[in-house]
Design a protein around this ligand. Structure first.
Ligand code: ZN
Length: 343
């Protein structure tokens, strides 16, 4: 069975090493003694070929749609952020060109410069053959509903590509108010993969709903991972509590989310959250993903194989939804970048 995974990460250590340590500290990315074991995968992240392909083959993963993980262009102002994003995308495009049936790409964007982020999304899609973009949480505390991001939302809508809202480190005031007073690594996990950044990603989606951004951008499509970032269990509650005061919106909160958002299984390989997702988002809005290398391909694939769904739904979740939404070329020859960048 063809299996496509789309929250799969890489990074470029030599690019990240150019980010000043003060910017990394300000953003709150953990380093040194604060780095939890669960967030540290340097060797697997930098591998864009051999070991990665071997791990995919061993688990039966046909294709990874790759995205940059860790400190990135969104920590850098102006030209530096733009240069980081361009280089990261060009490097990824070369890896995709070398393995066009195995890798796809989400663009990395210079989000501190929203107009440039829109332009880089367009370049990545039209010139590099990427299938959308992936964002890591907030940029200087701003979500995508911030008016400065209107050009980016408009461009994604016009290009007809999804934005993957991936979690990121919470802004400093949130970290201080909610997650302090614990052993350093536990603080980081609590604010990030143990709770905080999942809740924050649901906040990100809700802000796009409640500000009317999804009403203004009816063609905007968003992907969130981690079995829907808690939204499957909250959908009915959203309508119950918001509906009397959100008459300015064109649709109910839950309908807006279902119209614009699809979810992936990244890192969530247990049945209870999947059943909640299946009963709310449905099999046509659930896409398999692993969250490699933070989660293991074999564990994800074993979970896929035991999903309590009929064969047709299994195929949708394994690849058909991703093929449709990302417009993945099933023919190897067509999936190479249109204009592979030179070395
Ligand atoms: Zn991830």
């Amino acid at each position: 069975m063809r299996v496509v995974a789309l929250e799969e990460h890489f990074n470029l250590p030599e690019l990240i090493s150019r980010i000043p340590s003060s910017a990394i500290a300000e953003h709150g990315w953990p380093t040194g003694d604060r780095m939890p074991a669960t967030m540290s995968r340097p060797d697997e992240l930098r591998d864009l070929a051999g070991g990665r392909l071997k791990a995919m083959d061993a688990a039966g993963i046909t294709m990874q749609v790759l995205s940059h993980s860790g400190p990135g262009a969104d920590l850098l102002d102006g030209r530096e952020g733009i240069a980081f994003a361009l280089e990261a995308n060009d490097r990824l495009a070369r890896a995709v060109a070398e393995h066009p049936t195995r890798f796809g790409g989400f663009a990395h964007l210079p989000l501190r410069t929203p107009e440039a982020a829109a332009d880089e999304l367009e370049r990545a899609v039209t010139e590099l053959g990427f299938v959308g973009a992936l964002l890591n949480g907030t940029t200087r505390g701003r979500f995508l509903d911030d008016p400065s991001y209107e050009p980016l939302l408009t461009r994604a809508e016009r290009l007809d590509v999804p934005l993957y809202l991936h979690p990121g480190i919470p802004p400093e005031p949130v970290r201080k108010a909610y997650y302090q007073g614990l052993p350093p690594k536990v603080e980081v996990i609590f604010g990030a993969p143990g709770w905080g950044w999942h809740a924050e990603t649901a906040v990100h989606v809700l802000r796009l709903v409640l500000t009317g951004a999804f009403d203004r951008h009816r063609g905007l499509r968003v992907i969130v991972g981690h079995m829907g970032e808690m939204m499957p269990v909250m959908l009915a509650r959203f309508d119950e509590v918001f509906s009397k005061d959100t008459g300015y919106l064109e649709r109910s909160v839950s309908q807006t989310i279902l119209d614009h958002v699809v979810i992936t299984t990244s890192g969530f390989f247990s049945t209870a959250p999947f059943v909640a997702a299946l009963m709310t988002f449905g099999a046509s809005r659930i896409l398999f993903s692993v969250d490699y290398p933070y989660a293991r391909n074999d564990v994800g694939r074993a979970f896929l194989d035991r999903l309590p769904v009929p064969p047709d739904d299994l195929v949708k979740i394994a690849h058909r939804n991703a093929d449709r939404i990302l417009k993945l070329p099933l023919d190897a020859g067509l999936s190479a970048p249109l204009h592979p960048p030179a070395e």
